[in-house]
Design a protein around this ligand. Structure first.
Ligand SMILES: C[S@@+](CC[C@H](N)C(=O)[O-])C[C@H]1O[C@@H](n2cnc3c(N)ncnc32)[C@H](O)[C@@H]1O
Length: 429
């Protein structure tokens, strides 16, 4: 589509304007301005007055970069840079370079080469000493962030590399999208020369490698989920549901991993009792994360496979980032497994990505480009790992109703700056 208003000059003017709006909004909240220094804020304020212009600024800068790059170089960059970027991030993370450079200090290339037992690269650009930037210091400060990188680089990247192979092998000639889990690229991916041939969950639990404990990938994944929930305005989205309206209530956090979402809820709502359900293997990590917390008496663990009928009665069942891992036919099974314990009025709270409509009725984009790109990437990651997808509001309605007509959709709640939202469903007999 020809867009004559998108010139370098008009975009630059918009960048200037948005920068002023953003920095003023931060000043008004006494929030620090973003910087490259290692003590820069990890996140900017969640206020919509900050997040709105921030996302528009990223969108405008992306378009400017695109224009300045030009079509020939753009395609060249698209082919070369993602491979190089992935390789570099994987290297930094696997060799834990984050901790070989001291915070508030520096390290030489020679120091690092000695520590990781690799030959030193002789041609180093600029200074031979390395210091942390805001981004690397952010990883060095919290193991969960490095776990998220490890999951993306070591679990997902080998599968993404055979994504088109999976399309050719499993999809050629099909008229409709397959709902089968075993048609995802993960089944074709290889690690250390061995083809996985199994679901992501089984692979993560059973994968073995010299020098690493069995199941380390599953433990790392749980930690990665914690890192993810530190972004995406998780607490703000969680707040969109009126938890106090449940009164003295029991909430089952189905597939709740090590309990980090239950912890947030227990902290914010003293009348809630949380029960985290997940695979039995997760219990040890759950205990490590929750047992020493002052809220431990209100958060317990219950080993449960959500492909079996639910046995716990509760006032609400929370599914946080569960259903986007499963295609519709499995979501229907998981929801139907609640039926034996559901009474009228019980809430099923789905906390997941909600893909917004791309355009309004006038064809104007309604969602900032960075959010659309992120959702597109997560959607592809779900295909790669599980042959599942991210869902629009209409997809959520369809799959919930397909499970049982007594499930009533009460509302969709989102916040500016997060791709996630809450789908509130009530069981009505
Ligand atoms: C994407 S993670 C989400 C974890 C957590 N709710 C969060 O938002 O951080 C999916 C979780 O579902 C769990 N899970 C996968 N299959 C399961 C099953 N059949 N029964 C119970 N839990 C399962 C995994 O162990 C994992 O903790």
């Amino acid at each position: 589509m020809n867009q004559p208003d998108l010139t370098l000059e008009s975009l630059a003017a918009r960048v200037l304007n948005l920068t002023t709006v953003l920095t003023t909004a931060l000043q008004e909240r006494n929030s620090p301005q973003p910087s490259f220094s290692q003590d820069a804020p990890d996140f900017l304020s969640p206020a919509p007055e900050v997040q709105g212009p921030r996302l528009q600024l990223i969108e405008t800068l992306t378009k400017m970069l695109h224009l300045a790059t030009g079509p020939t170089e753009y395609l060249l960059h698209q082919c070369l840079l993602p491979n190089a970027d992935g390789l570099i991030v994987d290297f930094l993370n696997r060799f834990d370079i984050w901790h070989l450079v001291p915070l508030n200090g520096s390290a030489s290339y020679a120091d690092i080469a000695t520590a990781i037992q690799l030959p030193e690269v002789t041609e180093t650009p600029g200074s031979d000493r390395i210091i942390h930037s805001a981004a690397s210091a952010y990883v060095a400060r919290d193991a969960a962030r490095s776990a998220f990188i490890g999951h993306c680089m070591e679990d997902v990247r080998p599968a993404a590399a055979v994504g088109v192979d999976a399309l050719q092998k499993f999809y050629l000639g099909l008229k409709e999208h397959s709902e089968e889990q075993e048609h995802c690229p993960t089944y074709l991916a290889s690690d250390r020369g061995k083809v996985r041939g199994t679901s992501y969950w089984e692979f993560a639990e059973t994968y073995e490698e010299p020098g690493k404990p069995k199941g380390y990938r599953a433990e790392r994944f749980a930690l990665a989920m914690k890192a993810l929930s530190q972004t995406q305005l998780t607490a703000q989205v969680l707040d969109k549901f009126d938890w106090e309206s449940l009164g003295d209530a029991t909430v089952v956090d189905v597939g709740g991993s090590t309990g980090h979402i239950s912890l947030l809820l227990a902290k914010a709502h003293p009348r809630l009792k949380m029960i985290v359900q997940d695979f039995p293997e997760v219990e040890t990590s759950f205990n490590e994360a929750i047992a020493s917390s002052e809220y431990a008496s209100r958060i317990s663990f219950h080993a449960y496979n959500f492909f079996e009928p639910q046995t716990l009665t509760a006032n609400a069942y929370l599914f946080k980032s569960i259903f986007h891992d499963w295609s519709d036919k499995y979501v229907v099974q998981i929801l139907r497994n609640l039926l034996p314990v559901l009474k009228s009025g019980v809430h099923i709270i789905i906390f997941d990505n909600i893909i917004p409509p791309d355009h309004d009725e006038h064809g104007k984009p309604v969602v900032p480009l960075p959010t659309r790109r992120l959702l597109g990437a997560v959607d592809l990651q779900m295909f790669v790992n599980h042959n599942s997808k991210e869902r629009k509001a209409s997809d959520w309605t369809e799959v919930v109703k397909r499970a049982d007509s007594r499930f009533e959709l009460m509302g969709f709640y989102t916040v500016v700056g997060s791709p996630m939202g809450i789908v509130d469903v009530v069981f009505n007999t």
